[in-house]
Design a protein around this ligand. Structure first.
Ligand code: G3I
Length: 375
């Protein structure tokens, strides 16, 4: 059976719920092929897969997904570690791998307050750079990185996580030195370096009303300034316990109502309890001490939670399909549970199960639910 989902085909979605469960046994197409015509389905590629011959994870990525984001390899500290050094070894490998797998490449990320070396904001004596000097440095970085991959990268997360939880602009060295208009320059330089690449604003916790409104305001400022932004990247670091589908849908509607498109850029669903609501985002500066109570599934995930995870993913995909006209891509933040950053945040060394494939790379119940929509 060959199923092709077409943007906005709500009826087809309904009929998918009626598919026989035996379809699983005969299905041989990937999740990306299944959703072809609705949106791209991507994964993050971890750096270790870009340093050595293809591993289980990279072949799994190649088989199942049609968009690859470098989980870390294109971040400033890796690709431009010192003022005079660029290291393209892993990012070049990502491009090669994507070409071999017929996948699009998503560039992540050009402007972020994390994983950016201190020297970026300093002169050779260690003093803070002037606005003009930092703009020159930003332009050089974007020209060099985006320019190298002109025509090879489908879209860039240009500015990442520039907002506080209340939707106001986050204080970062970029903002403090350049001023509130720093992001306008970032998008201007990116478009100049590759006019055909898609450009995104990317952030976490956009299911929160104030934060998504902040993102819409930021993008509207860019558009009013004459810059190009193709979509808001909703990262999608979720959990079994939050957010509700309704919260996500409210945010999706707010973005759609503003006339903007959506890319779900970093999807995963943690099954583990959080020590505090304050850890509901993806702020990697936060951490919490390990305790067995927060790591309850070290040997296996019980059936009840496996089922809950599958239903959560099914609900998310139903929602994304409902808005498929405005959703360009769903990217998972990793392929197998073994790869996920969620095993180490906000508590290091936990055993989480947030993705569609288990630690051996085998499809989980959640994979079946999003590929077969078992009623
Ligand atoms: O590779 C080194 C390893 O050699 C070393 O032994 C180990 C010691 O801690 O660190 C390893 O590097 C870690 C790297 O992940 C690879 O695992 C870094 O410490 C760690 O900081 C880094 O974390 C990444 C994080 O961003 C910070 O860049 C995560 O992998 C990555 O999943 C995460 O991704 C972010 C997105 O870019 C933006 N949105 C939120 C998302 C989750 O935090």
């Amino acid at each position: 059976m060959n199923i092709r989902l077409v943007k906005g085909m709500g009826l087809l979605w309904s009929s998918l719920f009626l598919l026989p469960s035996s379809w699983a046994a005969t299905a041989s197409i990937s999740i990306a092929q299944l959703y072809q015509g609705s949106f791209l389905v991507g994964t993050a590629i971890k750096s270790s897969d870009l340093k050595k011959p293809p591993s289980l994870s990279s072949s799994l990525s190649c088989r199942e997904f049609n968009a690859f984001t470098a989980e870390n390899a294109m971040k400033w500290e890796h690709i431009h570690p010192t003022p005079d050094t660029y290291d393209f070894s892993m990012s070049d490998q990502l491009i090669t791998m994507a070409q071999q797998c017929d996948a699009k490449v998503i560039g992540h990320t050009l402007v972020w307050h994390q994983q950016t070396p201190d020297w970026v904001f300093q002169d050779s004596q260690g003093n803070a750079l002037s606005r003009d000097a930092l703009l020159v440095r930003l332009k050089d970085h974007i020209d060099t990185v985006v320019g190298r991959y002109k025509g090879k990268v489908y879209g860039w997360d240009v500015v990442n996580e520039a907002l506080n939880e209340d939707g106001t602009l986050r204080d970062t060295p970029w903002r403090n030195i350049i001023g509130d208009d720093y992001f306008i320059y970032a998008y201007r330089y990116a478009r100049a370096a590759d006019p055909d690449a898609q450009l995104y604003y990317n952030d976490f916790n956009l299911y929160k009303k104030a934060k998504v409104e902040g993102a819409i305001t930021l993008v509207n400022q860019l558009l009013e300034a004459g810059e190009k932004v193709d979509a808001i990247g909703m990262q999608g670091h979720y959990s079994l316990f939050y957010p509700s589908l309704n919260e996500i849908e409210q945010s999706v509607q707010a973005i759609v109502n503003a006339g903007l498109s959506i890319a779900v850029t970093e999807l995963d669903v943690s099954v583990l309890p959080l020590p505090d609501d304050a850890f509901s985002g993806a702020d990697i500066t936060q951490s919490f001490a390990a305790h067995p109570v927060y790591d309850p599934y070290t040997s296996r995930l019980p059936e009840a939670q496996e089922q809950q995870l599958a239903e959560t993913y099914q609900g998310l995909f139903a929602l994304f399909l409902k808005y498929a006209d405005n959703v360009d891509r769903i990217t998972f933040w990793g392929a197998s549970d073994a790869d996920s950053w969620r095993n180490n945040w906000p508590i290091r060394g936990r055993t989480d199960y947030p993705l569609l494939f288990d630690r051996q790379g085998r499809p989980k119940l959640a994979y079946q639910y999003v590929t077969q929509f078992i009623p």
